[in-house]
Design a protein around this ligand. Structure first.
Ligand code: SDX
Length: 431
């Protein structure tokens, strides 16, 4: 980080004050305003943080105008094509891609931590069978701190590493358990002779009554979906994890907070909402009517899976997701899938419509991911659980980066107060 430029603020009665401008390796510079309140008695005001950098980071870079996404400098397109998810996990956590011995060791450690404490199965019994799987996941991931309290000293790098390995290894098992519980089927234990993603698919879809044989094309597709969802800079759920972690909360509690935030339909819940939207539209003949509703501000209807705070161009993940969609549907002989054809028609119309062009609204990662997951046999209510599974490594990498930063302190934004000035209380009989 370099501070070789200055920004000057002119404010009350022509007073001026300077602030350092910090430059990173690529992307926009930042104005370091940490001394603003001390110097001027004023706060900045930026609801939704549209112009605010909350931290410096070396993990993920997004260029929203160019539609670029880099994990530790590597383009998402190259990682999705040439790596598997655990390789990308290693990269996000350590900053470099693993060589063969490093990769083998990492895979071994993750593989040998995929089982959960057997008493955790009782937590699931406490939920209604028809509870939303995300409600179950928030609760059970938070409860991990009730079992793995031998590694909760966040100032101990070894404890941070052990917690990271446990979370990455156990999330697939817990997501599959949430699904099995919802289905009323018995839990399926992990197997150490399967790859990370093949193991997850078996835990999701195997039943005791018959052998389960995974389809390598579908396993590869889901592994790529995990890669595309692994990290994404300071999005809402990552910022939630960082803010929770800044108070010293344990990593399991922080990840549970991230899962809770991701659940929202404006964020990770959009893939579930996008598929429900396609089902609601029904077929291409209804697209015009639906688009008209979206453009009518009073309808409150949004085109789910479209738009993004940062991408004002095509989300590179959406392109890769659309390719994966093609591959999966072809592998399953579903190339005429009704919803996929509807999605393609909807995208075409939206991309040619001035309302969306003017607002730079393009498909985001959530637009196609629901169709792929549905084709993989994953029910709509599980989509955001899959997103949580994949994003856990990003949340952990960002949390570790913050805790390891000697400069980090508890996050505590201020406000513009617009409420009642000081006043004295009137007794009830006089109100
Ligand atoms: C994710 O941050 C991340 O990185 C998130 C994520 C990640 O990997 O972590 O990428 C994952 O959350 C992807 C986004 C998934 N959400 C959706 O698909 C839900 C639908 N999208 C919108 O809710 C919206 O686009 C947001 C929330 C994603 C972004 O909203 P912003 O940046 O606050 O933009 P905005 O709401 O101010 O929209 C600007 C304009 C508005 O119109 P005007 O007031 O200017 O007339 O665009 C309109 C909005 O009404 N608009 C949409 C729209 N998205 C924005 N209109 C219709 N349909 C949409 N989807």
């Amino acid at each position: 980080m370099s501070a070789n430029k200055k920004a000057t603020l002119t404010y009350a009665d022509g007073k001026t004050t300077e602030f350092p401008v910090l430059g990173g390796s690529i992307g926009p510079d930042v104005i370091d305003i940490r001394t603003l309140y001390g110097k001027t008695g004023m706060f900045t005001y930026d609801p939704g943080f549209l112009s605010t950098a909350s931290c410096s980071s070396k993990i993920t870079y997004i260029d929203g105008d160019e539609g670029v996404l880099l994990y530790r400098g590597y383009p998402i397109e190259q990682l999705a094509q040439h790596c598997d998810f655990l390789e990308v996990c290693y990269l996000l956590l350590n900053g470099e891609l693993p060589n063969a011995p490093q990769n083998k060791n990492f895979v071994d450690v993750i593989t040998r931590h995929t089982m959960v404490h057997d008493q955790m199965t009782r937590f699931f019994q406490g939920f209604r069978r028809d509870a939303h799987p995300m409600a179950v996941l928030v609760g059970t991931v938070g409860a991990m701190s009730a079992f793995y309290h031998d590694s909760l000293d966040i100032n101990n790098p070894e404890h941070r590493k052990v917690s990271a390995m446990r979370l990455i290894a156990k999330l697939p098992t817990m997501v599959a358990m949430a699904y099995k519980y919802n289905m009323g089927q018995p839990f399926v234990y992990p197997r150490n002779d399967l790859s990370y993603t093949a193991n997850f698919m078996r835990m999701m879809f195997a039943v005791p009554a018959e052998d389960y044989k995974g389809n390598p094309v579908l396993v590869r597709a889901l592994d790529r979906i995990f890669i595309l969802h692994a990290d994404h800079e300071q999005n809402a759920s990552t910022s939630t994890v960082r803010l929770s972690g800044s108070s010293g909360a344990n990593p399991f509690a922080c990840i549970a907070a991230g899962i809770a935030c991701l659940w929202g339909p404006a964020h990770g819940g959009a893939n579930e909402a996008a598929l429900n939207m396609l089902e609601q539209i029904g077929d291409a003949s209804k697209v015009g009517e639906f688009i008209a509703k979206v453009k009518d501000k009073n309808s409150g209807v949004k085109l789910m899976g479209f738009g993004h705070r940062v991408y004002k161009n095509y989300d590179p993940r959406a392109k890769l997701m659309r390719e994966t969609c093609h591959e999966v549907l072809n592998a399953l002989g579903l190339h005429n899938d009704r919803l996929f054809k509807l999605a393609i028609a909807l995208e075409k119309i939206a991309l040619e419509d001035d309302y969306f062009v003017q607002r730079k609204l393009y498909p985001n990662v959530d637009f196609y991911s629901g169709i792929v997951q549905r084709a993989l046999g994953i029910p709509t209510s599980m989509f955001t659980c899959i997103f949580s599974l994949a994003r856990t490594v990003g949340w952990i990498a960002q949390w570790q980066e913050m805790i390891a930063d000697p400069e980090y302190k508890i996050g505590r934004p201020r406000q513009l107060y617009d409420g009642a000035p000081r006043r004295d209380l009137v007794p009830m009989d006089k109100r």
